[in-house]
Design a protein around this ligand. Structure first.
Ligand code: NDP
Ligand code: MG
Length: 391
């Protein structure tokens, strides 16, 4: 039986992963090594019982008593804290889902690679903050990283049997998020609830707001560059409101391979779970006659400064990805907390990058995970100061 661990099991990606595992037979089909979550320990314990996991880990020490209570009599071990997350990653597993949200997902996934595992990577922040380190670590240990972000899974699938050298362009599709049709002057005053109303995808709250600001797409452009190793100029972004085409690869003969499907993350999660085969998946089938048409438009950089910032980050590389992501996380915290406006987030990130660049120069490539985390911490401190001044 395949040994599986799921990091971030209680989140949106975690729930979809759990759903696919249960449909495939749950504990009869998989040996679940570890499940991790954050504050939702009731759900974590339910999942651990259903899959008969070896250990359930909450990221937060103060949640441990509640997790222990919820697991009482199950024989499942309970643990808490960041060290426990790393210990869970050290437990041998054949397939590990990395679906913690934010930079907090980097260290556990990185650790799992050491054991030569197949890492199903939803946590795009890992590649944005530490792409070169992560890819080198996987190569060093004969581990494999399978992309779970829908765009990157689409690209990965469009590349099967093809030569990367024949790739001319990669076209990332973007829904445009909840506010895509809002006039620019109204956009600045968007509330959290408005940014959370995603038209197509059902996702965790942070990535949903990042979709509306296009910070999500900005992270994905960098993720594409780091995972597939293509040049930044080869990566395009196109707004595709229907979210039917999940992304495309253009080859030097002008042919374009696209991945189409319903906007359901179980496409990408299931592909990674069944890889290198294809399994039956419980996703809706497309009815083209009912769809009628697919539409596209170019993203407006005045609306979406995040896309321009992603280009700047790719030009610098080094610590810029870690700083960009950390500043974005802080800006998002302040937007959610009500301290700054929707349109202020990009300014906070831009000012943080500029300040850090003056301080240390962003181009120094981190040689270790510790250096990535140090750049992340410094950017968080700077971004917090900038956001507090604004509020
Ligand atoms: P959610 O917010 O729904 O879930 C996040 C998970 O991480 C939960 O299990 C949560 O626990 C846990 N968690 C939160 N904070 C911490 C922390 N500090 N340390 C450890 N664990 C923590 O996120 P999503 O599922 O939407 O996203 C997960 C990742 O996948 C992100 O990197 C996102 O960008 C990426 N992704 C998501 C997509 C989607 O459709 N949702 C699509 C493509 C990529 P709890 O809830 O118990 O507190
Ligand atoms: Mg995506």
């Amino acid at each position: 039986m395949r040994r599986i661990s799921v990091f971030g099991a209680t989140g949106s990606i975690g729930e979809s992963t759990f759903d696919l595992m249960m449909r495939a037979g749950g504990p009869e089909a998989f040996h679940t090594v570890a499940l991790t979550g954050g504050r939702n320990v009731t759900r974590l314990a339910e999942m651990a019982r259903a899959l008969r996991a070896g250990v359930a880990v909450t990221a937060h020490d103060d949640c441990l008593p509640a997790l222990r209570d919820a697991l009482e009599g199950s024989g499942i071990a309970a643990a808490a804290g960041s060290e426990a997350l790393l210990e869970a990653a050290d437990r041998p597993a054949d397939w590990v889902m990395s679906a913690i949200v934010g930079a907090a997902g980097l260290a556990p996934g990185f650790r799992a690679l050491r054991h030569g595992t197949t890492l199903a990577l939803a946590n795009k922040e890992s590649l944005v903050t530490a792409g070169p380190l992560l890819m080198a670590e996987a190569a060093r240990h004969g581990a494999r990283i399978l992309p779970v972000d829908s765009e990157h899974s689409a690209i990965f699938q469009a590349l099967v049997g093809e030569d990367l050298a024949a790739v001319e362009r990669i076209v990332l599709t973007a829904s445009g998020g909840a506010l895509r049709d809002w006039p620019l002057d109204k956009l600045a005053k968007a509330t959290v609830a408005e940014a959370l109303a995603h038209p197509n995808w059902s996702m965790g709250p942070r990535i949903t707001i990042d979709s509306a600001s296009m910070f999500n797409k900005a992270l994905e452009v960098i993720e594409t560059r780091e995972y597939f190793g293509v040049a930044p100029e080869q990566i395009e972004v196109i707004i595709h409101p229907e979210s039917i085409i999940h992304s495309m690869v253009g080859y030097r003969d002008g042919a374009i391979m696209a991945h189409l499907g319903a906007a359901d993350m179980r496409h990408a999660i299931g592909y990674a779970l069944n890889w290198p085969e294809r399994g039956e998946l419980p996703v809706a089938r497309l009815d083209f006659a009912a769809l009628g048409r697919l539409s596209f438009r170019a993203p407006d950089e005045a609306r979406y400064p995040a896309l321009r910032l992603a280009r700047e980050v790719m030009a610098v590389r080094g610590q810029a990805g870690a700083a960009f992501n950390a500043a974005k996380e802080i800006a998002l915290d302040h937007f959610i907390g009500g301290g700054v406006g929707f349109a202020d987030m990009a300014g906070i990130v831009e000012d943080t990058l500029a300040a850090l660049s003056r301080e240390t120069g962003l181009g120094n490539a981190p040689m270790s995970l510790q250096e990535v985390l140090a750049a992340d911490l410094r950017a968080r401190a700077l971004a917090t100061g900038i956001a507090s001044d604004l509020a």
